[in-house]
Design a protein around this ligand. Structure first.
Ligand code: KG4
Ligand code: ZN
Length: 338
């Protein structure tokens, strides 16, 4: 079965064609980074306008690259939320119009469920497993029993981890989006140079990253007052060291919670997804630490961690197979927990 996936939840216009929720025939992602860069974050109004201009050519390209016609599709899966409501509306309206004009069934997909399912585009993972969805908009830990059966163990109480990466990159004047830049620059820094706080929140699976972000702000303010970078063991602490130290604090907390979740639920498999799961140090460290505990970690390749429509088609397939379709009154929701 051929499924068209469409995602316009944030600042990427994405369309993909996937066979049976597994084999990717095309996966097109049009990034709006250049539009939002100078504002240091996503401007919702500009995002919606850009989606309107891009959606039609992107879907055409996805079909063209897959070498199929609209009539070959079994279903259209579209992200119905969570996300920026003006952006979501563009994808949902487009998908509804396409479904109405062709008679092809429509499936409304939860974006977070798409992230969780992204691993199935690469490998088969047996249920149950612990899933950490960690991106610019979400940081949520789930116990996944089956498709559609998610027990939320914890979530962020303030900033998402990716949001913290983006904000800290802004504070350090590193550019936008911050995650990939901090990932790269941290490779040249010492992650133990600055002791930033680790918000472990004992007895809870929740996360909190805003205090850590404030700690970086205060650290930079102190440097400004001092007039120069401090020294540690005769070595000057530079931006790469500060970035690496911040990144290490985030990674330590994420890994701690994921391993605790696996222990609590007594599961042997861990799945990571979302933009922050593309982080090279996080990937390396969690794989090593989990191995020590006899656990297996599954992380999609980086371009399937960040927002894409192949993951929407992947989960859309499972709903289509079960005959669960959306009607033309499908409406997007900005806040849509699983
Ligand atoms: O999944 P995603 O594309 O969109 C959301 O659903 O939010 O995630 C985007 C987020 C951004 O905050 C970006 O800075 C972060 O993921 N990100 C990374 C890396 N690549 C993207 N964070 C850390 N390291 C990376 N390599
Ligand atoms: Zn996402």
């Amino acid at each position: 079965m051929l499924i068209l996936g469409i995602d316009t939840s944030c600042d990427e216009t994405a369309a993909a064609v996937v066979i049976n929720g597994k084999t990717i025939l095309s996966n097109i992602v049009s990034s709006q980074v250049d539009i939002h860069k100078r504002y240091g974050g996503v401007v919702p109004e500009l995002a919606s306008r850009s989606h309107i201009e891009t959606i039609s050519p992107i879907v055409e390209k996805a079909l063209g690259d897959a070498k199929i016609k609209v009539a070959d599709l079994s279903a259209i899966g579209v992200t119905k939320g969570p996300g920026l409501v003006g952006s979501l509306l563009v994808g949902v309206s487009f998908a509804k119009a396409l479904s109405y004009s062709t008679g092809i069934p429509l499936v409304g997909v939860n974006h977070i469920e798409g992230h969780i399912a992204s691993i199935f585009l690469e490998v088969k993972v047996s249920f149950p497993f612990i899933s950490l969805v960690v991106s610019g908009g979400h940081t949520v830990l789930y116990y996944v029993k089956n498709f559609g059966e998610y027990e939320e163990l914890g979530r962020t109480r303030d900033d998402a981890a990716g949001e913290a990466f983006d904000k800290v990159a802004k504070i350090l004047n590193l550019g936008y989006p911050g995650g990939p830049i901090i990932d790269q620059i941290s490779l040249k820094g010492n992650p133990h140079a600055v002791k930033f706080p680790r918000p472990y929140l004992p007895n809870s699976f929740d996360f909190s990253f805003s205090g850590l972000k404030t700690a970086v702000v205060n650290y930079m303010r102190d440097i400004e007052k001092l007039g120069h970078f401090p020294r540690k063991k005769e070595k000057e602490i530079g931006i790469a060291d500060i970035a690496a130290s911040f990144q290490q604090a985030v990674i330590d907390v994420l890994i701690y919670k994921v391993l605790k979740g696996a222990e609590r639920k007594n599961v042997k498999r861990i799945v990571l997804s979302g933009g922050v799961a593309a982080n090279s140090s996080l990937r390396r460290e969690i794989t090593e630490k989990a191995k020590d505990k006899g656990l297996k970690v599954f992380i999609p390749r980086p371009d399937l961690c960040t927002d894409n429509a192949a993951m929407i088609a992947a989960i859309g397939y499972h709903y289509h197979k079960r005959g669960i379709h959306a009607s033309l009154d499908l409406n997007p929701g900005a806040y849509l927990p699983l």
